[in-house]
Design a protein around this ligand. Structure first.
Ligand code: CA
Length: 153
């Protein structure tokens, strides 16, 4: 998914207008050239994942997706992200452990946890697993966007 935009594999290149910028190898760094924030969405429900991808893309975010905790961990550690939206209930590694493992690996990316039940909110907060915010599903799109913008501000 990160391969559709290709730029020359060089460290220093020039923006239109002659402003030099440093370019790395990761897709997220390429997109940051365009001023886009990169959001990783980790969600195993295909309908929610697709909905979030469409919503965030329409809001001019660069969106990476993962449908398992393992993929989420891999991308969360590898890519230069501005935000991770993480479902708590994942089929392999649950969101709580993904969050803990990212934090233990020193990944400082802001993290918004999605929970399916209201009582899980207490769990998210009580365990202090390292999430910056949470939302309970079903969530309102407007509130989600407001929280995303607040985290990214
Ligand atoms: Ca789920």
């Amino acid at each position: 998914m990160s391969k559709f935009l290709t730029l020359p594999d060089q460290k220093l290149t020039t923006m239109p207008g002659g402003v030099p910028f440093i370019i790395g190898n990761e897709a997220a760094e390429r997109f940051s050239f365009y001023g886009m924030k990169t959001i990783l969405v980790v969600e195993d429900d295909p309908a929610i994942l697709r909905g979030l991808q469409e919503l965030l893309t329409a809001e001019h975010f660069h969106v990476l997706t993962a449908s398992t905790g393992t993929q989420g961990l891999m991308l969360g550690k590898k890519e230069n992200l501005d935000l991770i939206i993480l479902d708590l209930g994942l089929p392999d590694v649950n969101g709580e452990d993904v969050c803990k493992q990212l934090r233990e690996a020193g990944v400082p990316t802001p993290l918004l946890m999605l929970t399916s039940k209201s009582q899980e909110m207490d769990k998210v907060l009580g365990l202090e697993m390292g999430a910056d915010d949470y939302m309970t599903k079903p969530f309102s799109v407007r509130e989600l966007l407001a929280r995303i913008h607040a985290i990214l501000r």
